[in-house]
Each structure stands twice: as C-alpha cells, then as structure tokens.
Design a binder for this molecule. Structure first.
Ligand code: UD1
Length: 337
C-alpha cells in the first residue's frame, strides 16, 4: 500500500516508517521538522535498505498539503504530526488547538480531495483523564485534564462524526500508553529537544551524564512504593500495532478505537531501577513535589487489540530500558551528534 505518514521523522513516526518499509509498503513522509530531524529518516533508510519519500510540509499549510496529496496520491494516512507537551499546551492553548485540531482538519480536507479515506490517528491514553476504574478500557468516557489531551479528544470527536457521516471512511483511533525504548539497532530513538518532560528520556540523560539527577514527582501516591505507576510500551511494539490497525480498518471499514499498552504498570522507582540494571550504574534521584495534573496509576486493558488485531506487546520493561539505553549511549546528543 502507498502510505502517507505525517510526523514520520519523529520518535514514534520513524519507528513506524521502518516497520512499514520492512513490510513492503511504499512510504511518503510529511513532516515540518519542528521537533524532529531528517537524519532519523536517513537511518531508517539504512536499516530498511530502502527509502521513504520525504516532503517538508506543515499541517497548517493547507494549499501545500493539498498539492502534496494530489502529487503523491496515497491510499492511507498514519497521522502522528502534532504538538505533545502538556505543560506547554497550558501556556499556548491556541497554538495547540491550531496545530493539532485545525492541522488535522486541513489534513482530512486534503485526503478527501483525492478520495483517500483511510486514516490511523495517534491518540493518547491521556484522553481518559482520572477515572476510578483500572485497567482502562476503551469504553471509559473521555475526560482529558490538559489542553494537550483535549486536542486529542477534539480530533477523536471530529473523526467519529466524519465516520458517522460517510461510511466510506476507514478510521483507527489508537490510544497510546507510555511509549519508550528504541529500535534494537540503537540507530533511531527518542531525541527530545530541551529538557525532557517524560520519565525515561530524562533518566537516559542522567545515565549519559547530561543531567545530574532525576526528580521523582511525588512518593506519596497509593502505589507499591508511593511513586506514580504507568503502562510503558516499547516503541517497536507500538509501531507494529499501527500496521495491524491499518490493515484491519482498510479491510473491515468503519471507525475503531484501540488501547495500545501492555496491561502492566511500573512505578517510577521500578523503571529507574530497571534502567540502572541496563546501564550498569546507580542513578541519583531526589523526591520532589507531585507534578500538577499527574494521576497515581494508569494502565491499559489491551484485550480489544488482542481480540481484533491479534496484537499484543512482546517486549518487557527490561528490553524497553535496555534498548533505550543502547540508543542513548550510542547517540549521547541524539541525532545532532
Ligand atoms: C505524559 C503526559 C501525557 C502524554 C504522555 C506522552 C503529563 C501530565 N502527561 O504522560 O499527557 O500523553 O506523557 O508520553 O505530562 N516522572 C518523574 N520525573 C520526571 C518525569 C516523570 O517522576 O522527570 C513521573 C511522572 O510523575 C509519572 C511517570 O514518571 O508518574 C511518567 O511520566 P511521563 O513520562 O511524563 O508520562 P505521563 O505523565 O504518564
């Protein structure tokens, strides 16, 4: 299939492009490189033995995107492009709504104009907010607690309305839990700009000497050791879930929503200790106040993805952190080095 991947130079995008190329798909990447590097795609090409076609186009450039779709005529889209920092979204809500929501609207217009009606959308478990029940099933109502999360909710709503209006659309909404790790080669991985917001990239920078210590955000949650519990999922398992979801909706039509997580939760300190084992050194940390907006525990019920797609995460927490470390130690400054 010919597949357009928006945000394909980014962290999850580049890993997915690699799996798509390996599976024999033709891939066109559209990325504005605002938070990613084209070097990731050079390395994907080296690993896959073939290249994805690359176009530097912004989601907010509606005419540019229309032209790109007319020129490339993809059969399906995997849509990763967007802004993703929770804290920043509270400071710049209009920028987040414009980029994520209006940008997706531009994308859907460009798709419709060339009768490309199959899309896999990068949603997030953050849409669940702070529900009482655990594990999180797809049936729980969305109630995102941040501006970033609400942009994901709005896009999901838009896609639900679109599918209801026109049954020729094929749509997969994928709610990711916490993506970590890197391709086993250590050639591609997560390269956050500035200070990492997320736990594992932060720990990796402590391990490589770029940061002094980890701030652990609270140790008074009702969890195994008082620190927050999350469902970490290996980025290659996540990428694989996209291929299976695309295949399913392309064949069966309609709109479907799946959680992509492992179903297991690990605390901040458990992840830290797993990373220490992987890198062979003790990593300093300090307990600090809770981060506003954090929930105590979040993990998936991934049984729908298993039942419908035959997908389940294959890589355990030790593999996740070992692969993350392998990437970080070989690329201490990310793609720049
Ligand atoms: C965060 C976002 C979520 C987004 C996801 C993308 C928030 C509130 N949520 O999820 O919307 O979809 O990233 O991957 O930002 N932690 C530390 N020290 C750190 C960083 C994190 O102790 O320096 C803790 C957190 O308190 C949490 C856990 O580690 O318990 C995981 O944090 P993080 O990696 O930021 O992911 P989420 O908060 O789950």
């Amino acid at each position: 299939m010919k597949i357009m991947v928006t945000g394909g130079a980014g962290y999850i995008g580049s890993h997915t492009v690699l799996e798509l190329l390996k599976a024999g798909h033709e891939v066109v990447v559209m990325d504005n490189l605002s938070n990613s590097s084209e070097e990731s795609l050079n390395r994907v090409a080296e690993l896959a033995g073939k290249k994805a076609e690359f176009h530097k186009v912004d989601l907010l450039d509606a005419p540019g995107m229309k032209e790109l779709f007319e020129q490339t005529r993809p059969e399906a889209v995997i849509h990763f492009a967007g802004l993703k920092a929770v804290g920043e979204s509270a400071e710049k809500p209009l920028w987040y709504y414009k980029t994520n929501v209006a940008g997706t609207l531009n994308l859907l217009d460009a798709m419709e104009a060339v009768d490309c009606k199959t899309i896999v959308f990068s949603s997030s478990a953050t849409v669940y907010g702070e529900p009482e029940e655990m594990p999180l099933t797809e049936k729980i109502n969305m109630d995102a607690q941040s501006c970033y999360g609400r942009t994901k909710e709005h896009i999901e709503d838009m896609l639900v309305d679109l599918a209801a209006s026109d049954s020729s659309w094929n749509i997969a909404l994928l709610r990711y839990f916490n993506p970590v790790g890197a391709h086993e080669s250590g050639r591609i991985g997560e390269d956050p700009s500035g200070i990492p917001n997320n736990l594992v990239p932060f720990i990796a920078q402590v391990a490589v000497g770029r940061r002094e210590y980890l701030n652990v955000f609270g140790n008074d949650y009702p969890t195994v050791d008082g620190t927050g519990v999350r469902d970490y999922i290996h980025v290659v398992d996540l990428a694989d879930g996209h291929l299976k979801a695309l295949d399913f909706v392309a064949k069966n039509g309609g709109l479907r929503t799946w959680n992509l997580g492992t179903g297991n939760g690990y605390s901040v300190l458990e992840v830290l200790h797993a990373f220490e084992k992987a890198c062979g050194k003790e990593l300093p940390y300090k307990i600090v106040d809770r981060r506003p907006g954090d929930v105590a525990v979040s993990y998936a019920d991934p049984s729908s993805a298993l039942a419908d797609l035959g997908w389940s995460a294959q890589r355990d927490i030790d593999t996740m952190v070992a692969d993350h470390w392998n990437w970080q130690k070989n690329n201490p400054n990310g793609y720049e080095g």
